[in-house]
Design a protein around this ligand. Structure first.
Ligand code: ZN
Length: 301
């Protein structure tokens, strides 16, 4: 197989399933992981270590990491919001953690009960704790392109947070359009500067399709040099603390979009789509992706 030119990180099991009321059995999640790996995904976010009362779907985070059938060359990550989460992840043997702060003070307080300044200090300690245990850290900035509560987020604040995260020891930076408010012109500007700041540290993008601009934003970021994107099977996803938040850009749609432009993702669309269709059948969830519904022979370029 040719080496993928872009890396897609599958977020469906975490960002996706967290939005669903139907609790998925751990064994079923593990089967989906195996199938997603077979489909060619090499980065999979499995779960978040958050309070099970707040996000019941993530209550089996420990069990998932303990029972995971690890495959060579696949990165399995988890999301944490606080020190307790880092400690649980360390105990569960997690090797790659996503730790983030929100660029919006209001969203930060709703999501973590901390102001942005408090969250920054807390973030630094959590990154140090994780790295002291040999865990690689993807440092995220949520609501980097806009906030439903505060509106526009000043670009300078995002740049300051990138510097802050790099200084704290981030192995990767991830910018999240948690609200789907970004647009391609903003994307081009913000990402160009972010890439300069990151230098050799990889920069990933986490895009939501809430305003139907997900792939337009993805393309703008690709054109200025981003090669790592978060996607979710079927287009599942959404933050419980953002009004109207809908799914991530769909893995299948992104694979198809890149394939049509001759950009290799290394991912088999149909195998991912089969997982999406099963999730839909099991949970009666509304999946916002397009391509998972279209048989492979029709979607072929
Ligand atoms: Zn998200």
């Amino acid at each position: 197989m040719t080496t993928p030119e872009v890396i897609l990180e599958e977020q469906g099991l975490r960002d996706g399933l967290q939005t669903l009321k139907t609790l998925i059995p751990t064994e079923k999640k593990l089967e989906w992981v195996d199938r997603l790996v077979a489909a060619g995904l090499r980065r999979i976010q499995l779960a978040s270590f958050v309070h099970p009362r707040l996000v019941p779907q993530m209550a089996d985070a420990e069990a998932l990491f303990q029972q995971l059938r690890k495959h060579q060359g696949v990165v399995y990550s988890a999301l944490v919001l606080n020190q307790k989460g880092v400690e649980r992840a360390i105990a569960a043997g997690v090797e790659h953690l996503a730790i983030s702060v929100s660029a919006s003070d209001t969203h930060s307080q709703k999501n973590t009960r901390m102001t942005l300044e408090e969250a920054k200090a807390d973030f630094r300690q959590n990154v140090q704790l994780a790295r002291a245990h040999g865990i690689r850290v993807r440092a995220g900035i949520q609501c980097a392109f806009g906030c439903r509560y505060e509106g526009a987020i000043p670009a300078e604040r995002v740049f300051d947070l990138i510097k802050h995260h790099l200084d704290a020891g981030a192995d990767e930076i991830a910018l999240a359009d948690s609200t789907g408010m970004a647009h391609p012109v903003q994307m081009r500007y913000l990402i160009s500067r972010a890439l300069e700041l990151c230098g050799p540290v990889p920069l990933a993008l986490h895009l939501h399709n809430t305003e139907n601009k997900g792939l337009a934003n993805l393309f703008a970021a690709y054109e200025v040099g981003v090669r790592q994107f978060d996607t979710a099977f079927g287009g599942l996803g959404g933050c419980p603390f953002i009004p109207g938040a809908t799914g991530n850009i769909a893995t299948e749609d992104t694979v198809h979009f890149f394939r049509q432009m001759g950009v290799e993702t290394g991912i088999d669309l149909e195998q991912v789509a089969a997982v999406s269709r099963e999730v839909e059948a099991m949970t009666h969830a509304h999946l916002s992706g397009a391509l998972y519904k279209i048989p492979a022979r029709v979607s072929a370029p």
